[in-house]
Design a protein around this ligand. Structure first.
Ligand code: M6R
Length: 611
């Protein structure tokens, strides 16, 4: 939520800041702004709405600068107006601050600063940071002033600060919100997320909580915010090419990312597990077989789409490894009393690795003594650095706010882990494990065959896009996919969509079913197939429009429903991957017909870094 960027180096900072913001715009798009130092003057340009509005303003003339900061906003404190847009400044417009996070004690600090004569312009929490730094900047030492200011604030922040008193320096700091530094050749870019640095460099330094960084053209210095002690800087190599974070001719990132799924899921499982002779070894898993054997209880914590993947993961792990699994919404887990002992493993699932609720949940589990495994897509993100072990999904950057390829890659990672855990516990034979892997290897081709039928889904979307109410029904292993189908539709097209377990309809929701309701029923040929057919009868008897997603085009289904879309057959535990894909395309085409802003839906942000 909110993206910050800063640049220092010999190139023109202005286009670099704009490009960085473009790559961070998924984090918020209520307003955008930049501040930069030009010919001895501080220039501030900001405006409401998307980045394109700011770009129009900047077209008034060529700007040339070697130092600047920028911000794209997801409003929390103060409406999305120009005056509330970042950067925010001190009383004299000489010091500029961009901020991602929330300053919880801002009201109190603001009162004190006003009584000292500071003049506030905005309703934001961020502005207090600028005035606090101003208060301490009297001897001209910017980094010390930032340090002293931050000692007074409570809450979360990633900030970048520039001041005309130190025109060769950016000072950045972090507590609770992500912050990375890209190191180029005598140039540095500081940003909230990896895609923003990729045009300059793939060398990244991840800033930890409670650290302050002084960035100059010739180097950086990271120190502890409180003690001032410095630490060694570890450079991570980001494995993504800059083009991966580009739309590449597609109308939307979401469509591009849906279509990338065959490769994304292949990348999740390829080269990971060594199946030599009768030995099975996971090349990059940080847990030994002995450690895995000891696990007797698993919690999975996550939010949104990652939570839906977790629900599928529970069924996989319980079936393959016979370990009881509890799945918790991360925001709930943080505030309850989980039963954790030495043999508990907590798995955090997060595309970004920066979701505040998920970070809070894994920290709580760790405090209680649990080992932590993170399934994550972003190398070096906060969650991965705090874990005992990491399974990277390797799906490539996901920019569209609606998660697609990250979700199916999470399912693959969970399937691999469940099988491997079962094997480690000697509950799965070598040949059974080989069969699991062989079936998995066939999934990318099966996804391709679904994507080839995109036109069929588009036709369904053309038929139904004007309807306002949708139920997604599933049972067993595809019940979480019903939840996911509903979430995809509601978040990008703002329609009423709910996911239900087929058997739950009769306990209440069926009261809503009439001729205006669209029901999308997921009907794999598995042990609950007949039950699901019964649930279809129930909604059909109440005149619903029924679309079935099935894995066999049999008469039985065709005669019961209005439309059938077929996905290839696979094993029960892999079927969620294939059933998710038509639902992603359905949501996409409905939103497109409705003229919605698909990659940047209202009120949402890709990475939710506030509680
Ligand atoms: O980065 P994370 O996986 O932790 O994000 C969790 C949710 O915020 C995310 O999945 C959200 O629900 C997506 N917008 C859904 O498409």
């Amino acid at each position: 939520m909110c993206g910050i960027v800063g640049y220092i180096g010999s190139n023109n900072a202005v286009p670099i800041l704009i490009e960085g913001l473009r790559r961070l715009e998924y984090r918020g798009y209520d307003s955008a702004g930049i501040a930069f130092y030009e010919d001895g003057n501080m220039v501030l340009k900001k405006t409401v709405g998307k980045l394109s509005n700011l770009e129009s303003i900047l077209r008034e003339r060529e700007y040339e600068s070697h130092l600047g900061i920028g911000h794209t906003r997801w409003a929390t404190h103060g409406r999305p107006t120009e005056v509330n847009s970042h950067p925010h400044c001190d009383c004299y417009g000489k010091l500029m601050v961009v901020h991602n996070g929330i300053i919880e004690n801002y009201s109190l600090l603001k009162k004190v600063l006003i009584s000292e004569g500071h003049i506030f312009r905005s309703q934001t929490d961020t502005e207090v940071i600028a005035h606090l730094i101003e208060r301490y900047l009297n001897n001209g030492n910017l980094s010390e002033a930032v340090r002293r200011a931050l000692c007074e604030v409570e809450g979360t922040y990633a900030i970048a600060v520039i001041s005309s008193s130190n025109p060769d320096t950016i000072v950045a700091a972090r507590k609770g919100s992500p912050l990375i530094i890209g190191r180029g050749d005598k140039e540095y870019i500081v940003a909230s997320d990896v895609p923003a640095i990729l045009n300059i460099t793939k060398d990244a330094i991840f800033v930890n909580d409670n650290e302050l960084v002084v960035i100059r053209e010739d180097g950086t210095q990271i120190t502890d915010l409180k003690s001032g002690g410095s630490r060694e800087e570890k450079i991570y190599q980001i494995p993504w090419d800059p083009e991966l974070a580009e739309k590449g001719g597609y109308a939307h990132f979401m469509l591009k990312e849906i279509l990338e799924q065959p490769q994304a899921v292949r990348n999740t499982f390829s080269g990971r597990i060594n199946l030599n002779k009768d030995k099975i070894h996971w090349e990059d898993l940080d847990f030994t077989v002995e450690e895995l054997r000891k696990i007797s209880r698993i919690y999975i914590v996550s939010c949104g789409t990652s939570w839906h993947a977790s629900l599928v993961g529970k069924s996989m792990i319980e079936a393959f490894a016979k370990v009881p699994v509890e799945v918790d919404l991360a925001s709930e887990f943080r505030y309850r009393m989980p039963l954790i002992d030495d043999n508990t493993l907590t798995i955090g699932i997060t595309q970004s690795g920066e979701t505040a609720d998920t970070l809070g949940a894994i920290r709580k589990a760790k405090e209680e003594g649990s080992k932590i495994l993170i399934i994550c897509n972003v190398v070096g993100s906060t969650a991965t650095r705090e874990a005992d072990g990491v399974i990277y999904t390797h799906a490539g950057p996901e920019i569209g706010v609606a998660s697609t390829k990250a979700f199916t890659s999470q399912l693959v990672a969970l399937y691999l882990f469940a099988g491997y855990l079962g094997r480690a516990k000697e509950l799965i034979s070598y040949s059974a494990f080989s069969r699991i892997m062989t079936e998995l290897a066939s999934i990318p081709k099966k996804i391709e065959s679904i994507l080839e039928k995109e036109e069929e889904i588009k036709r369904l979307a053309d038929l139904f896009w004007e309807k306002r109410d949708y139920f997604f029904l599933g049972r067993g292993i595809v019940y979480p996919i019903a939840l996911e189908g509903a979430l995809k539709l509601k978040e990008i097209s703002y329609l009423h969509a709910e996911g239900y377990a087929g058997g739950e309809m009769k306990h209440g929701p069926i009261a809503l079913v009439d001729k205006d309701m669209v029901v999308v029923a997921l009907v794999p040929h598995n042990s609950v197939y007949e039950k699901m057919l019964g649930n279809i009868e129930e909604v059909k008897a109440r005149d619903a429009n029924v679309i079935a997603i099935a894995d066999e085009e049999c008469e039985e289904i065709i005669e019961k429903v209005d439309h059938v879309f077929c996905v290839p057959k696979t094993s029960d535990f892999l079927s969620p991957i294939l059933f998710a894909i038509p639902l992603q395309l359905f949501a996409y085409h409905i939103a497109r017909n409705r003229g919605c802003d698909i990659d940047q839906p209202r009120n949402l942000a890709k990475s939710v870094t506030v509680e």
